[in-house]
Structure formats: C-alpha cells, structure tokens
Design a protein around this ligand. Sequence first.
Ligand code: SF4
Length: 458
Amino acid sequence: MFNSEEIMKPVTENACSLCAPLGAALAFKGVEGCVPLLHGSQGCATYIRRYMISHFKEPVDIASSNFHEDTAIFGGGANLRMAIDNILRQYKPKIIGIASTCLSETIGDDVPMMLKEIRKANPDYPPLIFASTPSYSGSHEEGYWKSLSALVDQLLPEGPSDMAGKRNDLLPLFTAALSPADQRHIKDLVGLMGLFPCLVPDSSETLDGGKWEEYETLPRGGVSLESLQNMIEAKAGLHLGAASALREISPLKILGRKSGLTPHFQGLPVGIRATDRFLALLQDLSGQAIPKMLLEERSRLIDAYVDSHKILSGLKAMVFGDEDLVAALVPFLAEIGVKTLVAASGSRSGHLKKALESLLSKEEQEGMQVVEGADYATLEKLAEENPPDFFMGSSKGYAMARKTKTPLIRVGFPIHDRVGGPSIRILGYGGARELFERICNGILEVRQEATGVGFSYL
Ligand code: SF4
C-alpha cells in the first residue's frame, strides 16, 4: 500500500469532501428538539440546507447569525444573541447546536465567551452547545466529530467518582455518519442482542420521517437530552468508525473520561467479517447468544456471495468518501474478491491509511493507493492511468464516472442524482447483501449493454 504524498498539489480541484459546519449540522440534526445555528453569513446555512434537503428530501431548517459587512468588522456578538432569541421564539427548541464558520473564525469571534455572557443573563435558556468548525481547518467529518464531542463535553457533568451499583444498561453508540435506514438497522441489531442503544446522533426520524398531518416547527425523533444525560451511568460504550476511532479527541473518549465506562472501538460493520466482530462484541456485553434470525441472515449472505462470486471476482474498484466509510468498504470489497486500486477521502486526518492497514492483510493491501485530501480531478487522472471496473462513492463522482464510462455504485453522502439516499443500507449481514447485489447488477448492466444483442439469462 502506498499513500498520497507523491500526488500532493497546491490547488484543490473539486474537493472530495464537504465543509465542516455541514458535518456539524448533520450531527446536531440527530438530537431531539435541536436547531443547528451557524455563526456566520447567510450563504453558509443556505448551501448546507440545499445540500441536505437534496439528499434527504426532508425540510431542513438551519439558522444563521446572518453576518453582514459591519458584523465582519465589529464582531458577531449582537447577531448571535439575536439569532438565539429568534430561534427560541420561533422553534422553542430543547437545545441549540452552534457551529462557527470560516468568517466568524477568521475575525476571531470568541463564541464561548459570548455564550457565557448570554447564559449569565438568561439562566433559563436551554443548553447552547458550541463547536468550533472553520472549514479551512478540516472537512465535514471534522465538523461532525467535533460537534458530537462538544455535545458530550458540554452537556454531561463529570460522573460521580463512586458508580458502584449505579450503572444502567444503556449502550452509548457513537457512529460515523450513516443513512437513516442504517441507523434504524443498527439500533435493531443492538436491541436484538438484548441491549438498550443510545445512538448518537440519531437522525433516523429527524431526517427520514413520515408524512406530517400538519406543519411542525421541528421534526420528531433524535436522541433525547435525557438519554444523553443517562449515558454517564452506562457500563460500556461503543464507537463505530475505524478511522475516527484513531482521533485523539472523540465523544466516547470524553465520555469514558467523565464516567469511567469501558470504551470499545470498531469499524463500521460492513460485510461478514466486520459484522461478526460487531455481534461478537454485543454478545460479550450482553451475555446473550446471537439470535437465529441473524444467523440465518448471515447464511443467506454467504449463499449470495457463492451464487454470484463469478460476476465480481478479480474486478478492480476505486472507492472514495468519508474516511470511516472508505475504511469499511475496502475490507468488504476484499471479502467479495474485488481489488481496490484507490481508497480516497477528501478528509485529511491522516488516519485512513492506518485504519486500512489494521483491517487488511498484506496481500489485500498490495498495489492499493490511499489518497487523503483527495479531489475529483486527481481521482479522474488516476482512473485514466489505471482504470477501475467500477467506482464506489457519493453522487459527486458522477461526472468522473460519465467521462470515463465507468459504473458508479452510489453510497454515502450526498446522493443528489437519485432518489433513496436515506434508505441505502450497507450495515449488518442484510445491508452487505443489498450492497453486494447492487454492485453485481451495476456490473451486469454494463456487460449486458456491451454485448450488442444483450442477454436475458445469466
Ligand atoms: S464559507 Fe466556509 S463555512 Fe461557509 S460554506 Fe464556505 S466553506 Fe463552508
């Protein structure tokens, strides 16, 4: 395996990542009754709303402190106060998640100090959680994890030093950004294993809700403040995301420090090997055997692999997206006989390569290029030099796929050119089967077209 240092360039052309406050908004939207507030100019909130609405097909309200020229010169304190007052009046939220933007960070607004003064003058306000998320210091993944860390850090008190006999059965579960369908599935899996999941964030309903009978200012769902506060008495907690698990600061590490719970870190359970590891851990924590229905699902997945291995075996892929997603997809591809030529992420934490090294055998790593801080111009060039049989990543790779006439298997965020982004499943045995079959069918479609007369049977 070799990494991206040789292809570092001074200019990014069409970045393979999104902006940090967008990650903050994704995280805060998974908390019950929370309104995300971006401290900066209107355009940041508008762009992020547009991005999220187009993927989730749900109303997404993101407030802004609405900077103008004078704010950029004199500071945004008054705007922040006004924004909070407006949100409280219009939405009556249970919590406000505030994220800074490039502009407010560049002018040096001291938001923690401003919030301290606002709190002093208004002790009855709901929790005001702040994450510093200038986009020039990291991608949306940075904003996402910083916001979850801020939630745990600022919302939860230090746990009592003596917790003997006080621990509850809640399982705090911090995950990399997932589709709402996968969030529902992961909660089901934890529940089936006899544990009580506290998924953070939980946007399974807030960003994928049912039909409204009448207008609601805030969508239903999300992890409740009460559940978040109860995490302090949990016995154990789990972080799912192989690259983000290597971060120095993470919500589970903060929770572990505050409460003394036992932290566990794993990659996202995509494929048989990773799902086996995930269920084995849940089995250890609950002492409960894996239910028959999950064993049957596993057996059906193996059967699907056997039935269709000849379609995919020996193919080559280029995978791009969030670091945790890429770190889960590449081992899954190795499991189904596909060689990854390029594993790329627009993020630049430095953890993707290490995560892949820990999850792949030496043989599986051979010839694979890991590109961190990737842009689509670089990926397109790499695809022309060493063509993959398919791409795997968000819909932002479509232009490259079209130009190089290579199928794109859509996963992750955003999916802007298809419906159903929120219902894409990749986790667990069932999700792996859906993903496996989507890849097979994507390849078959190309082969069918290429034969000239087509074919009706495999
Ligand atoms: S100015 Fe910064 S925070 Fe705002 S949308 Fe652009 S990159 Fe994101």
